[in-house]
Design a protein around this ligand. Structure first.
Ligand SMILES: Cc1cc2nc3c(=O)[nH]c(=O)nc-3n(C[C@H](O)[C@H](O)[C@H](O)COP(=O)(O)OP(=O)(O)OC[C@H]3O[C@@H](n4cnc5c(N)ncnc54)[C@H](O)[C@@H]3O)c2cc1C
Length: 317
């Protein structure tokens, strides 16, 4: 990393903001360009640390562990929006626990009596929950404090981001048209945000590959209820029927949610790809582009690990 070198980061979702901050703190002169500040898909996340709809496993494990270390530290300061929270992941079909959960603090199988009606297995563990509006705002403040600048602008091509020694492409699903990258596929997700009727623990059902998810994540005064995973759909307008179904599924497991007031609907397009793309590519004019996109349903979980990898690639060019 050459001190003071101009680096342009494109994208202000969790990937772009984390990467921009890591580079600015390492001494680069970082300018961030994005159409949405912060990115809508990142705002829509639940968000719980844990890999979902993302490959390749070995890299995902490594990037996820790095992020977990940092989220644990961030949880010491409530103003970050990160909290270590205990809760249950359960299944109606007696599934084995997800391997990523077994090493988390407090991991243990649940007694049947601890589970909601209809569930046959479950596991309790403590994990970082991230309140995304608060957390993205925190990242923006840290980027500003590290000397980074932010510009709202839609780019028709990555060339328009220059001049810069390095351009970092953190455009999420936007990379599909911007590059273009035909391998990117949207998986639409919807959350309903409600007032918190007193929940302090999360709940998540292992729903396998179903498009109908069931989870709730308390964030102080609010609870984020999920969700959906509609393969191939990138439209981010609210679907009232999907929202009503989410509320009904969650209230069946936690009856206190039935009376909670709906505050907001959050919808995003998970940027899915066969594998996450973190790699460097030299353009014809000599500019190096470092790609960092395609994080599927785990962009928050992988954000710090992938930002470190992008920084390494910038340093190695
Ligand atoms: C409902 C839902 C729940 C989720 N839950 C979780 C969870 O619990 N845990 C987890 O880890 N992950 C979760 N995810 C996945 C996570 O939200 C994504 O993987 C992550 O947000 C991707 O972040 P990103 O920064 O790469 O993309 P985005 O947040 O989409 O940001 C892309 C940025 O690029 C900009 N951009 C794109 N194209 C252009 C262009 N042409 N010109 C200028 N700017 C451009 C956009 O404006 C935006 O600022 C969830 C997603 C959804 C939808």
């Amino acid at each position: 990393m050459r001190a003071g070198e101009r680096v342009v980061v494109v994208g202000a979702g969790v990937t772009g903001l984390t990467t921009a901050f890591v580079l600015a703190e390492a001494g680069a002169s970082v300018h961030l360009i994005a159409e949405q500040v912060p990115g809508v898909t990142s705002l829509a996340a639940g968000a719980m640390w844990g890999p979902y709809l993302v490959e390749p496993k070995d890299k995902v494990d490594q990037w996820g562990q790095r992020s977990l270390e940092i989220f644990r530290k961030l949880a010491e300061d409530p103003s970050t929006g990160v909290r270590l929270t205990s809760g249950i992941e359960a299944s109606r079909t007696a599934e084995a626990p997800p391997d990523w959960a077994t090493t988390l603090p407090g991991f243990r199988p649940c007694e049947l009596a601890e589970l909601p009606a209809g569930f046959s297995a479950g596991y309790r563990f403590t994990v970082p929950l991230i309140d995304m509006p608060t957390y993205l705002d925190y990242l923006l403040r840290r980027l500003d404090a590290a000397g980074g600048t932010v510009e709202r602008r839609r780019l028709a091509s990555l060339v328009d981001a220059g001049p810069a020694a390095v351009i970092i492409n953190c455009t999420g699903f936007g990379a599909k048209d911007l590059l273009p990258d035909p391998d990117l596929r949207p998986i639409r997700g919807q959350h309903v945000v409600v007032t918190n009727p007193g929940l302090t623990e999360f709940f998540s059902e292992d729903t396998g590959l179903s498009p109908d998810l069931l989870c709730f994540f308390p964030h102080g005064d609010t609870v984020v209820l999920g969700g959906t995973a509609i393969d191939g759909e990138g439209d981010v307008t609210a679907d009232d029927k999907a929202a009503a179904n989410i509320l009904a599924r969650c209230a069946e497991v936690e009856p206190r949610l039935a009376e909670a007031r709906v505050l907001e609907h959050r919808i995003g397009a998970r940027p899915n790809r066969a594998t996450v793309r973190v790699e460097a590519e030299r353009q014809e004019d000599g500019t190096v582009v470092v790609h960092n996109y395609g994080h599927g349903g785990a962009g928050v979980t992988l954000s710090w690990g992938c930002a470190d990898e992008a920084q390494r690639l910038v340093g190695e060019r």
